[in-house]
Design a protein. Structure first.
Length: 469
């Protein structure tokens, strides 16, 4: 279902009505259009607190972009900004800034205590109002878990509150703000994350943080247009909605897709598989024989798997006192248990290849809880626990991460009562629902060969929903 209100407020008459009544005025988000599209264009400003350790890596990534680079100048607390790139031109922050900026990128890794947080103000105060529509803010800091001094940990953790607040201030213009925390020595692993968060691929991801460690295995060079070329991907729940979009996106990026769904969805599943030039596999993932059936198919058809996307999910909503036991059992089985059993079978038979990526779909309901969804919230929170635990056990460069979607425009949300649907759409910093492709693009980032340092994370694709953390 399309968002009629979003369409209305982006007409001259609708914009006038919304402004006069003080109603939300969401803008049309700029999303990815073509495979060879530059990840960032326009003017980009880089800044760094003194002592920063990632500024050179940030400069290297952005030097390879289509953007015109500037570095912050004229402020003592930002002197290390000049280390960004020899191709970056100085931009005096003490003077009037007339340039509209596509992105503001700040390296906060050098901040060692609360007093150093002043550098955030010095960089963003004169520039934040110059951020263009659908602009990007990216802050890079040190993972507080690796900070030895309490003052440093406090300052680095403070970046989360800063970024979340910035996201809420700039969301009305379709802009986003996100945070990347790196482990010591992991600045070389930033490339895929910088490219994702600064690109239209992350249109509905805001107010989020990701932890980046050193990659277990060095990534080989990739084709920038088809980074997943040669990879085999299993996508469950692939016949429609988010799963269909995941299949489309991974195939666009070069992967061969095994599209899996229940036998009742075979007609739609085969259409998806044919369109992406992949293989269809009809299977009820809760059946006792399902893990073996899937593993047999993978082994016989491809000899192994590179990308495992656990997207299949169901809701069976009732308040706890009114919930029949089969609603509980089925929801746990589909949303949580099946993922574990499939992974175990593939791992036991050594079908998960080196540098593979496993992505599980959680939900903001699993983070914040939701009325009438004790079964669903339990399962989706369990997914987070599973991802965090498995991330510590996986070897050979294999990573596992989770996505927690918010309100996404699907057949399921289209069936909601209108008042609940409208509340879901508007209760986020971007004042609109997301699209299935927003989830798919985030999965594409996790699956990228250069994302080996991203492991055990849960990133919300929710437009910075006001619900939950």
């Amino acid at each position: 279902m399309s968002d009629l209100y979003l369409k209305f407020v982006n007409t001259p008459a609708g914009k006038s009505v919304a402004q006069s009544l003080g109603l939300p005025s969401p803008v049309n988000l700029k999303r990815w259009k073509r495979s060879d599209q530059p990840f960032i264009e326009g003017d980009v400003l880089l800044g760094a607190a003194n002592g920063a350790i990632a500024i050179n890596s940030l400069g290297n990534t952005l030097t390879a972009s289509a953007a015109k680079l500037h570095h912050a100048s004229g402020v003592e607390s930002l002197a290390d900004s000049a280390k960004a790139s020899t191709k970056a031109q100085p931009l005096e922050l003490t003077a009037d800034i007339s340039t509209k900026l596509s992105a503001l990128v700040f390296d906060a890794t050098g901040i060692s205590g609360p007093q150093g947080l002043r550098a955030l103000y010095d960089f963003f105060h004169p520039t934040i109002r110059k951020l263009a529509g659908s602009g990007r803010v990216l802050v890079v800091g040190l993972d507080p878990a690796h900070c030895k001094a309490p003052a440093q940990a406090a300052a680095q953790r403070a970046l989360e509150g800063f970024v979340r607040s910035v996201g809420k201030e700039i969301g009305k213009k379709g802009a986003t703000a996100n945070l990347a925390w790196i482990a010591p020595g992991a600045d070389k692993e930033l490339d895929s994350t910088v490219r994702f968060f600064l690109s239209p691929r992350s249109a509905y991801v805001s107010g989020q943080f990701v932890r980046i460690g050193k990659a277990g295995k060095a990534a080989s060079a990739t084709n920038p247009v088809a980074p997943l070329a040669g990879k085999v991907a299993l996508v469950t729940g692939a016949s429609r909605g988010i799963g269909e979009s995941i299949a489309d996106t991974l195939a666009r990026d070069g992967a061969t897709v095994i599209a899996l769904d229940i036998p009742a969805a075979l007609e739609g599943l085969e259409k998806v598989a044919e369109r992406v030039k992949g293989k269809a596999l009809a299977c009820d993932i809760t059946a006792p024989e399902a893990p073996k059936l899937i593993a047999d198919f993978v082994e016989q058809q491809f000899g192994g798997i590179d990308l495992i996307i656990h997207n299949a999910g169901i809701t069976r909503d009732k308040t706890l006192g009114n919930m029949p036991e089969h609603f509980w059992d089925m929801t746990i089985a589909v949303n949580l248990t099946a993922e574990e059993l499939i992974n175990d079978e593939l791992a036991e038979r050594k079908l998960i290849r080196e540098n593979a990526r496993i992505v599980c779909i959680s939900s903001i309901s699993g983070i914040a809880g939701n009325f009438g969804q004790t079964n669903y919230s339990t399962a989706k929170c369990g997914v987070i626990g599973y991802v965090e635990a498995m991330a510590k056990e996986l070897k050979n460069g294999v990573t596992i991460n989770a996505i927690a979607p918010g309100f996404i425009e699907t057949q399921m949300t289209a069936a909601m009562p209108v008042t609940i649907r409208e509340a879901g759409r508007r209760m986020n910093s971007l004042s609109q629902g997301g699209l299935p492709v927003d989830v798919a693009e985030t999965i594409g980032w996790y699956c990228h060969p250069q994302s080996g340092g991203i492991n055990g994370n849960v990133v919300r694709v929710c437009g910075q929903s006001l619900i939950g953390k």
